[in-house]
Design a protein around this ligand. Structure first.
Ligand code: ZN
Length: 209
């Protein structure tokens, strides 16, 4: 069992005074984070994907280039060629802790929230707003595509019950039930068997990319 000697900032005000400062995190997107941590690992000259064998001269350099270029990418290969394993290994390039606004369904950046709930919360509570943290493995979302996957599953949909309970208008963004992709916000999102998705859903994903 580990001994916890570090206590992480619990409010936005404390966060500002910590190494998770606004100047460092405000514009740091997940692709910047992967890139920065990859560069650090390349400098140390240690293996990028420990446990992935046989791709040092082929696949790995291309993945390194993709991450350095902040790209989304597709892995093509047969069953058992370690595609999923490589994807999961990407989490080792994430920060050990990522602060977000506690309770936010899409894990908003405390300095640059995008959801309505967090905007309102910050207006009300300011620097007192609570901060929570995510570990790398919590920031990896993988979905096996099948032909019956819907836009609601992946991206989201209006939730009439949420609207009724909260007393919101149906057009209010507070009534959205988020799908897998927004929930993977600031993390790594992987889709297995992409061609099995209906064309409409592939287009929906393209629009977001
Ligand atoms: Zn939020």
């Amino acid at each position: 069992m580990g001994v916890f000697v570090i206590s992480f900032p619990r409010t936005l005000g404390e966060l500002r005074q910590s190494p998770f400062s606004e100047s460092r995190l405000r514009t740091r997107h997940v692709k910047d984070e992967l890139r920065e941590n990859l560069v650090a690992r390349l400098r140390q000259d240690c293996p990028i994907f420990p446990g992935i064998v046989g791709y040092d001269d082929t696949v790995v350099p291309q993945i390194i280039n993709a991450i350095l270029s902040r790209h989304n990418f597709i892995l093509l290969g047969l069953r058992g060629q370690a595609k999923s394993r490589i994807l999961r290994a990407l989490t080792t390039l994430l920060d050990p802790q990522m602060p977000y606004i506690a309770g936010c369904e899409i894990h908003d950046n405390p300095y640059a929230p995008i959801c309505r709930r967090c905007h309102e919360l910050i207006a009300e509570q300011g620097d007192e707003i609570a901060i929570a943290y995510r570990a790398p493995d919590e920031r990896y979302v993988e979905k096996l595509a099948t032909p019956d996957v819907t836009i609601a599953d992946l991206i989201g949909d209006i939730d009439p019950i949420k609207a009724a309970r909260g007393g919101h208008h149906l057009s209010s963004e507070m009534t959205v039930h988020y799908g897998l992709l927004p929930r993977a916000n600031r993390g790594i999102f992987a889709i297995n068997e992409l061609p099995d998705l209906a064309g409409k859903i592939q287009v929906g994903l393209f629009n977001i990319m």
